[in-house]
Every structure is written in C-alpha cells, then in structure tokens.
Design a protein around this ligand. Structure first.
Ligand SMILES: NC(=O)c1ccc[n+]([C@@H]2O[C@H](COP(=O)([O-])OP(=O)(O)OC[C@H]3O[C@@H](n4cnc5c(N)ncnc54)[C@H](OP(=O)(O)O)[C@@H]3O)[C@@H](O)[C@H]2O)c1
Length: 379
C-alpha cells in the first residue's frame, strides 16, 4: 500500500483547488527579513502545464530551491482556467494558455506535451522568453541545446537572460537523464563504447492520469473487478509491459530510440553504440534502469564506485552484505539518482565492462528539477 500513500502525498489536489504546503518550516519563505522566491530583481516566470504531474513538481522544486521570481504565471488548458492555486502563501488563478501569455515572460517552463510546445514554444521565443521544454518536440533540432546541467552545461553557455533574445533549451527524456547521470562520470574516465539499457518505468512517466489509473486498477483487481483501461490499453496493476510509446520501423519504440539518439547528442559522440529495451512496471513514481557498459579503457569496479560516490547528483547504495541496493521508493521525491549493483561484467575481459543499476525520480531529476537547474544557469 506504500505506493497508494505515495500517490496521495505527491500528486494533484482533487476538487479543483491546487495547494502547495511548504516543506520548509517557518520562517520560510521569509529568511532574515528577506522574502525568498518572490523578488523584485527575479525573472518573470511562466509554468505551462501547471496542473500536470511535471507542472506540479515544477512548483515544488521552485519552492524547494528558493528560485527567485518577480512574477509567476500559472498556465494550463481551458479546462483548468479560472481554478485557484495556492503557491508560496499566495493565491493565483490558473490561466488558459494563449499566444499572448508570454508577453513580459523571461523564463517559460513548458510541460504540456509535444504539440503544445511545437505551437507555443516558438511564439514564446519570438516574444523574448527563454523556453525550457520538457517535451521531445525540439530535442534533436540542431541549434537547440539538450542539457543535463551536471553533464553538458557548456551546450547552453551562449544563451543569456535579459539579452532581449528568446531561445529554446530542451530537457532530455527522463530515462536518458537518469541513465546519463550515472554513466557520464564513468564515460569521462574510461570512454563508453557501447551501452545496453533496460528500463523499469513508473506510471508517473505517463502523467497524472496514468498514476490515477494504476491506483484505480490496483483497487479494482484487489476487489475482484475488471480493471479500467483508459490510458494504457492493457492491465497495468500486477503486470508489466513493453513501453507504450509507438514502435518505429526498426522495431524499437520511440522511448528506446530517445535513449539512443539523445545520448549521442548530449555526449557529442555520434559513434557511441546504444541499445535499449523500455518496460513499464506498476510502480507509482521513479524509474529504474539496468545499464551495461563497455569501455575503451579498463575500469575496475572499485574505481567505478569511487567515481560514482564523488559524482554530483549521484548517491551510491551498494551494500552487498545486506543485499541493499537502490529502489524506486527510496528515490521518490529525491533530487539525487541512486546507483548500485556496481560490478565488473564477467562476460568481458580486462575490466572493460561494468553492470550498474540506477533509480531516479523521473518527475523530479528526469523532468522538473533538471529544467529548473537549467533555468538557474540562466540567472
Ligand atoms: N511525467 C514525466 O515523468 C515526464 C518526464 C519528462 C518529460 N515529461 C513531459 O512533460 C510533458 C507533460 O507531462 P506530464 O506527465 O506532466 O503530463 P500530465 O500530467 O498529463 O499534464 C499535462 C499538462 O498539460 C496541460 N495541457 C494539456 N492540454 C493543454 C492545452 N491545450 N493547453 C494548455 N495546457 C494543456 C494540462 O492542463 P489541464 O490540466 O488543464 O488539462 C496539464 O497541466 C509531456 O510532454 C511529457 O512527455 C513528462
């Protein structure tokens, strides 16, 4: 039942009113007489898709990190327009996303799906906003940086806030971010030639409605009823299945191909060989990934463990004696990606291979946190 509790504590307020209780204790948001968050000299921010799983997490992360803002616009569809939303002790009304929404907006955080990004992203850029986009709409476009701040911050170094010029920055796919948070420090040391990724992806990766469907199905199955399948076309509770992304002509699905293509772009290495199998598992929140790496230079498992222990945004949970390794529950709502099962791949010779198991909260580091870290680099 832990997953159900997690859902209740982490997702949308029901009944039309959205509320964010501060995790921090008073005197937050006042600190030393200075109000954090809302600040005259902060940028004007817009959150597009604010009612969604990622949009809600945007607000939590903005609060948690005391992100400075002069004003903040809460944008969603016409369905949500006019609903009240409390954020950092202030009341807002959710506004319908329109072409004029971005006038005077410095930073626009987008998480309302690819078609919304495609339509409104360029409009926001034209009006001078720097758009940080969570969808896949622009990720592979030449000239659009695809950024994990711990991995390739240099890709966005030319984009400046207040220059009067708008710009697009893409947030990578959540599975790619989680994988590369752990694989990159090892890649820097020994150069990855080939990477084999198997994912175990949570319901939250498919949005708030998918989380609700998993909860509902779990209840229905336990009550002996036929599970309701609206988001996914098959039973999800007490089951697992191949990722619901469409299959492309080579037999991979789109989620798998994102891991392949985005890794090459982020590492700026068109030759790295990547293959992936992506699976949905009935976990409410946070993805897991088994990753096999083949290196150009030898890398033994003790050195790899030390590298990972010192990597920014990574924690090592690798206790062989008590069989304790990362779990999705343990990383839920956490910033860091957890790595364990660090072992030399015995199918390869001379310490040229390594197996690792990674868990990361894909709504947080895989989406909202990564995007806000990008926005912080603009300040
Ligand atoms: N979930 C993840 O872990 C994750 C990770 C990385 C990237 N992403 C990407 O982030 C985006 C959002 O994902 P999500 O999981 O947060 O989805 P979600 O929970 O389904 O939320 C979708 C959001 O988009 C808004 N929206 C839908 N149609 C709209 C319209 N016509 N105009 C304005 N707003 C509209 C919704 O507003 P209403 O409530 O008003 O309908 C809602 O706020 C997707 O592109 C997804 O691929 C998600």
């Amino acid at each position: 039942m832990a997953t159900l509790q997690l859902l209740q504590s982490s997702v949308l307020a029901k009944g039309g009113h959205f509320s964010f209780s501060a995790r921090k204790q008073p005197p937050w948001p006042w600190r030393g007489g200075v109000r954090m968050g809302l600040r005259e000299d902060g940028p004007s921010v817009a959150v597009v898709g604010v009612t969604g799983a990622v949009g809600q997490e945007f607000l939590r992360v903005l609060s948690d990190r005391d992100f400075p803002y002069h004003s903040i616009k809460m944008l969603a569809s016409a369905r949500s327009a006019g609903k009240p939303l409390s954020f950092e002790g202030r009341e807002y009304l959710i506004e319908e996303l329109k072409e004029s929404s971005f006038e005077g907006v410095d930073i626009a955080l987008f998480s309302a799906g690819g078609s919304i990004s495609k339509k409104f992203g360029p409009i926001a850029v034209h009006l001078g906003s720097v758009v940080v986009d969570n969808s896949s709409a622009f990720r592979m476009d030449e000239g659009v940086p695809l950024v994990i701040p711990e991995v390739n911050p240099e890709a966005m170094a030319h984009i400046k806030l207040g220059s009067g010029k708008g710009a697009l920055i893409a947030n990578p796919n959540c599975s790619t971010i989680i994988c590369l948070m752990a694989a990159t420090p090892l890649h820097r040391h020994a150069k990855v030639l080939r990477m084999v990724v198997s994912t175990y992806q949570a319901a939250s990766g498919a949005g708030a409605a998918a989380m609700e469907e998993l909860e509902q199905q779990t209840r229905e199955v336990l009550e002996g009823k036929k599970p309701t399948c609206k988001i996914f076309n098959q039973q999800y509770a007490f089951n697992l299945f191949s990722h619901n992304a469409p299959i492309v002509s080579n037999g991979y699905n789109e989620e798998e191909m994102k891991l392949v293509k985005e890794t090459r772009k982020i590492w700026n290495d068109p030759n790295v060989r990547v293959t992936a199998t992506c699976i949905r598992v009935p976990v409410m929140r946070a993805h897991a990934e088994s990753v096999n790496l083949q290196f150009e230079k030898p890398l033994d498992e003790d050195t790899a463990r030390e590298i990972l222990k010192n990597a920014a945004g990574v924690v090592v949970i690798d206790d062989r004696s008590s069989n304790r390794f990362p779990t999705p529950l343990e990383v839920s709502s956490k910033d860091d990606v957890a790595v364990g099962r660090i072992r030399s791949d015995l199918s390869q010779t001379g310490n040229h291979g390594l197996d690792i198991f990674i868990c990361g909260d894909q709504i947080r580091k895989g989406a909202a946190l990564n995007a806000i870290q990008i926005a912080e680099k603009l300040l």
